[in-house]
Design a protein around this ligand. Structure first.
Ligand SMILES: C[S@@+](CC[C@H](N)C(=O)[O-])C[C@H]1O[C@@H](n2cnc3c(N)ncnc32)[C@H](O)[C@@H]1O
Length: 245
């Protein structure tokens, strides 16, 4: 018998989008702090690697989907070259409020837009790069999200997806799963006050597609030149690809 958390993580509920949005609204206030603690600060490193993999060109317009408080967008803004314009979108009002609170510290404020990643409110071919960190597995239909990324990218544009994955090595995987299933939910739950959200995290990662399956999905929606980079022994994977036609 599946728990409710497992059902949401696997997408076995009709209203996954609403439940996921409410969950991220609940944890938005302490989201960044919890991430830093549970990943031992590696999350910032992974985002910097995703920025590098996206190969920004001067003048590029970037859309960061599922932006949360805007950390990946900020990592892009700190890059050299930085994109000329950065739009950051999310469907959670409280995550966007958290991103808004950080605007004062930004040299160039982000354009923040509330939008569902599976139904983006942007014109076709509007961006040179679409990025998405730790967002894809939360979508009710990840393939639909990827198709939207493809639609809003101009031909020649690139997608960069950073997502959790599971270490391939048996010992590393066993140690990681012990931490991921038993320790992380307790730390995340205590700090955020929402145990359910941090039980959802390992379940959503374990029930999500493997990097190979993500690469197949990315190709299936029309992207080409798919490349992947495994980070921290496979705990996270960057997938990049190009919209050719
Ligand atoms: C795990 S957080 C990642 C936030 C940020 N990208 C980061 O690097 O930390 C996932 C984010 O995706 C957003 N999200 C999930 N499903 C979404 C959807 N269908 N449309 C837009 N945003 C979504 C959530 O609100 C949340 O802010």
């Amino acid at each position: 018998m599946q728990t409710e958390t497992e059902q949401i993580a696997r997408g076995d509920v009709a209203d996954k989008g609403r439940r996921v949005r409410e969950m991220f609204d609940r944890i938005a206030r302490r989201y960044t702090l919890v991430n830093t603690l549970i990943s031992f600060g590696r999350d910032a490193h992974w985002r910097r690697r995703a920025v590098r993999a996206a190969a920004v060109q001067p003048g590029d317009c970037l859309l960061d989907c599922c932006c949360g408080p805007g950390e990946l967008a900020d990592a892009f803004a700190a890059g050299d070259p930085a994109p000329a314009q950065i739009t950051a979108s999310d469907f959670s009002p409280r995550m966007l409020a958290a991103a808004e609170r950080r605007q004062a510290g930004r040299a160039k404020p982000l354009r923040l837009v509330q939008a569902d990643a599976m139904k983006l409110s942007f014109e076709a071919s509007s961006f040179d790069i679409v990025s998405c960190a730790f967002g894809l597995r939360n979508l009710a239909d990840p393939k639909e999200g990827l198709a939207e990324f493809f639609r809003v990218l101009r031909p020649g544009g690139r997608v960069a997806i950073l997502e959790f994955s599971l270490p391939a090595g048996r010992l590393m995987r066993a140690c990681y799963l012990l931490y991921f299933r038993r320790v992380l939910p307790v730390i995340g739950g205590l700090i955020s006050g929402d145990l359910g959200a941090y039980r959802y995290l390992p379940k959503s990662v374990e029930s999500f597609f493997s990097p190979v399956q993500i690469a197949d999905m990315v190709e299936a929606v029309g992207f080409r030149d798919v490349r992947q980079e495994s980070l921290s022994a496979g705990i996270a994977t960057i997938t990049t690809a190009r919209r050719v036609g």
